[in-house]
Design a binder for this molecule. Structure first.
Ligand code: HEC
Ligand code: HEC
Ligand code: HEC
Ligand code: HEC
Length: 200
């Protein structure tokens, strides 16, 4: 091959790689976003799906649990936070929906903390401290735990792994399922990482 042909081939090859890695996946995501926006099924409410309607009404509608936001958790779990800065859940609002769909309920349901629940995220203007999927996005509202200042008081805490697992499934549903192929393995990875962070 001449040098010129080689260079030409390389350019083509890099373009091909760029297309496969950057362009195609974003088209696929556009399709998922379109499908989500056109979906007429009820809005996702991860906490309600995980607890079941009756338990949800009993625990949440009664006002017994409310969201406090990460700043509160940080007061007592400071070292823990250092260990999990890179968690993608901490960037689900800013990097994913803020630019194109900052007020779209269908997106906010899974990309913020507690959207659709009385004390949860409502809009970036009113509740900026509950953007992204924070601690309480997985563990549920933390007011009772905060008062205890000791283990317990969560709807989806360490003592309720079956509910916590259902929280994962409520957001990582059939449409939004690209982040892992096996829920148990993904759950274990979180369990180990958080146990390690907590023991620091
Ligand atoms: C006043 C201090 C305090 C605050 C505020 C606090 N925690 Fe805790 N948390 C603790 C203590 C103490 C433990 C027990 C640690 C242990 O047993 O090793 C704990 C344990 C936990 C556990 C594991 C045990 C369980 O019941 O599931 C989770 C999860 C947790 N905290 C999450 C949070 C979140 C989320 C927030 C914010 C909403 C928060 N914590 C706010 C003090 C606090
Ligand atoms: C039922 C929960 C749920 C809803 C509703 C939802 N998302 Fe997501 N979204 C997820 C999960 C989980 C992921 C990560 C897993 C994945 O990409 O499949 C994700 C990932 C993404 C990504 C990153 C994709 C990538 O491959 O990097 C974008 C962008 C996104 N969502 C935008 C949106 C927009 C815009 C809406 C509203 C039209 C929306 N999402 C609604 C749960 C949801
Ligand atoms: C993506 C979901 C998710 C998010 C977000 C999340 N956690 Fe957890 N957390 C888990 C899982 C899963 C476990 C393991 C529960 C078990 O033992 O089965 C866990 C366990 C814990 C434990 C107990 C660790 C141990 O074994 O002693 C603490 C403490 C904790 N989380 C605090 C937090 C705090 C604070 C935040 C916010 C900075 C947070 N978590 C955010 C999923 C999450
Ligand atoms: C409230 C909704 C919600 C809950 C609950 C939730 N996730 Fe996620 N998760 C997301 C979103 C949205 C993303 C996409 C983050 C991004 O790329 O912007 C994500 C990303 C991830 C990723 C990373 C994907 C990557 O590209 O690195 C893993 C792994 C994951 N979640 C596992 C879990 C597990 C395990 C649980 C339960 C313990 C859980 N999630 C609970 C919404 C959720």
């Amino acid at each position: 091959m001449t040098k010129k042909a080689m260079r030409c081939f390389l350019y083509f090859f890099y373009f091909f790689l760029f297309f496969m890695v950057c362009v195609l996946p974003s088209y696929a995501d556009e399709d998922r976003v379109k499908a989500e926006l056109g979906d007429k099924s009820p809005l996702a409410n991860p906490l309600k799906s995980a607890l079941g309607e009756a338990e949800y009404d009993k625990a949440v509608k009664s006002g017994g649990y409310s969201y406090s936001g990460n700043l509160k958790c940080r007061l007592c779990h400071r070292d823990f936070f250092m260990g999990r800065k890179k968690d993608p859940h901490e960037h689900t609002f800013k990097s994913r929906v803020e630019t194109g769909h900052p007020e779209e309920p269908r997106c906010l349901a899974c990309h913020t903390t507690g959207y659709g629940v009385a004390t949860g995220f409502s809009s970036i203007k009113e509740t900026p401290k509950l953007a992204d999927v924070q601690c309480e996005g997985c563990h549920g509202p933390g007011s009772k735990h905060n008062e205890l200042g000791a283990k317990g008081g969560f709807l989806a805490g360490k003592d309720h792994p079956e509910i916590l697992k259902k929280m994962c499934q409520a957001c990582h549903n059939a449409r939004w399922n690209k982040s892992f192929s096996n829920l148990d393995t993904a759950y274990e990875a979180y369990r180990n990482a958080e146990a390690a962070a907590a023991s620091k």
